[in-house]
Design a protein around this ligand. Structure first.
Ligand SMILES: *[C@@H]1O[C@H](CO)[C@@H](O)[C@H](O)[C@H]1NC(C)=O
Length: 492
């Protein structure tokens, strides 16, 4: 940590600025090229290179609202999505206390915690769990640090309705919010903390209910019980963040839709890295998640687009919309338990060249798609191969020192534009996804860019397709239909 902090100190101004966006690179290439559904990934005739303008590295400081908002009446239940620390968010606008905006290295450190926690949950026997002795004696955890989640939506809770900002997370199952009287403790949040005593529709859930029993699989922890028989949930996160409180029901409002008796955690003791959000909106697969609880209305179907920079907005839509023709679906691999969304990577292509990676490399680890992980994690052998090929195709640029978890960086000072190879992923069903520049690169400073991928430590650690690589796509979770869709230009 100390080395990261020392390093980041010299870059402080740039980093605070760059962390607003995390990804600063914009794209000159038409979005229509971002996706190909070709059968033969090696003979793709699509573009193999992106031209990236360096002056476009700096994020805008004003919020540009996605045009989706204007068309949202076509979409049933569409929530606007914004980046926690960008100009579209109220949450990062604490001018009196600017240190609350984390630097890029802090974001990447938290991402590492977040990933370790997921990996320990997916594979409790993996070495990852013991990398940090302090964490090794914690039980297997569901959910994890959401300082890296960063994508925020606003929903209503209670009667009369209170509006609250949540980080949404496809990797956890129990939605929770901080609750008065905060018997343990509450961190600072943007909106007033939810107070059950002011809601006429609030109720506690009893210890003897089936929903209370469901907590074990949803959180990894056995429920507790008060003397008055109120069910207690406990969620522990990999970085020692946690939320503990009463399992409760109240009316949930999503745009114009209401759900009476929505089950959620009323957090009495909340600690850790949740920024100023009111809590977590859990989009996992467990019967307790919002996806399952709203299944009658939305049919276990949701989609989102994460904006390419923090100064733009995206959306989260619950329920089915008209699917455009250029969305391609890959099947979920449901053989790995109840929480995460597993998909299968078949191959990776850089600048038109398919990387020589054995299928078994991806099969051994498996791969999930996660809205809360920032940087995609690959099995060690896959990442090593990617790094070599990317390095070859970037050989005209000067190599820069590694930045935090990003070990493939270039000094681009003196350039106005650079040319980078297109990276594409092919998933089961020959679904080929071409990444735009903002999905390939992270700007560590105004003159340093890094490949936005990282290696897992162990061959058995689960791969994670992270949110940097999901930006600007329409990502469709057809949970009932067992498939995940990718469409280009989703935020437009
Ligand atoms: C819910 O349970 C807690 C703990 O038993 C109790 O303090 C609170 O008053 C209960 N609230 C309602 C509305 O029953």
């Amino acid at each position: 940590m100390a080395t990261f902090l020392t390093y980041s100190f010299s870059l402080m101004k740039l980093l605070v600025f760059s962390s607003l966006s995390l990804i600063l690179v914009s794209c000159f290439v038409k979005k229509s090229n971002a996706f190909e559904g070709r059968k033969d990934s090696t003979s793709a005739t699509g573009i193999h290179f992106h031209t990236v303008k360096i002056s476009s590295l700096l994020p805008a400081s004003v919020c540009t609202t996605s045009s989706i908002k204007g068309t949202s009446n076509k979409r049933q239940s569409t929530l606007e999505v914004y980046h926690r620390y960008g100009p579209c968010s109220q949450l990062g606008q604490d001018k009196a206390n600017p240190t609350t905006i984390p630097s890029l290295s802090e974001i990447l450190m938290n991402d590492e915690f977040h990933v370790k926690s997921i990996q320990a949950q997916v594979n409790p026997n993996s070495n990852t769990k013991n990398l940090n002795d302090k964490k090794a004696n914690l039980p297997v955890q569901s959910g994890r640090s959401l300082d890296t989640g960063n994508y925020i939506v606003t929903i209503g809770l209670g009667t009369p309705k209170k509006t609250l900002s949540f980080a949404f997370d496809t990797g956890s199952d129990l939605t929770w919010t901080q609750c008065e009287p905060c018997a343990g403790s509450c961190y600072e949040q943007q909106e007033p903390i939810f107070n059950p005593s002011t809601s006429t529709t609030y109720s506690n859930v009893s210890c003897s209910s089936a929903q209370c029993s469901q907590l074990l699989s949803a959180t990894g922890n056995k429920p507790g019980c008060t003397s008055s028989s109120t069910c207690i949930y406990e969620i522990l996160y990999g970085d020692l963040s946690s939320s503990v409180g009463f399992l409760s029901k109240d009316k949930l409002t999503i745009t114009r839709d209401t759900f009476p008796n929505f089950l959620f955690g009323c957090g009495q003791d909340n600690e850790g890295l949740f920024g100023k959000t009111a809590g977590i909106l859990a989009l996992g697969r467990n019967p307790i998640s919002i996806i399952s609880q709203t299944a009658q209305k939305y049919g276990k179907y949701f989609s989102y687009c994460l904006p390419s920079t923090s100064s733009q907005t995206g959306y989260l839509t619950l329920g089915k919309n008209k699917v455009s023709d250029n969305v391609k679906f890959t099947p979920f691999d449901n053989s790995h338990g109840q929480t995460f969304y597993f998909i299968n990577i078949l191959s990776i292509t850089i600048g038109g060249r398919q990387l020589p990676i054995e299928q078994s490399v991806f099969k051994t680890s498996g791969c999930i798609i996660d809205s809360g992980t920032v940087i995609t994690r690959l099995p060690p052998a896959a990442y090593a191969t990617m790094r070599i090929e990317f390095g070859k195709q970037m050989s005209k640029y000067k190599i820069a020192p590694a930045f935090s978890i990003l070990d493939t960086c270039y000094d681009v000072s003196g350039y106005t534009t650079i040319t980078i190879p297109v990276i594409s992923f092919t998933f089961s069903g020959n679904v080929k996804v071409n990444l735009a520049p903002s999905e390939i690169l992270v700007a560590a400073s105004a003159t340093t860019i890094c490949l936005a991928f990282a290696s897992n430590k162990d061959v058995s650690d689960v791969g994670i397709f992270g949110n940097t690589q999901q930006k600007t796509f329409e990502v469709i979770y057809d949970v009932a239909g067992g498939k995940l869709g990718f469409g280009p230009g989703g935020c437009q």
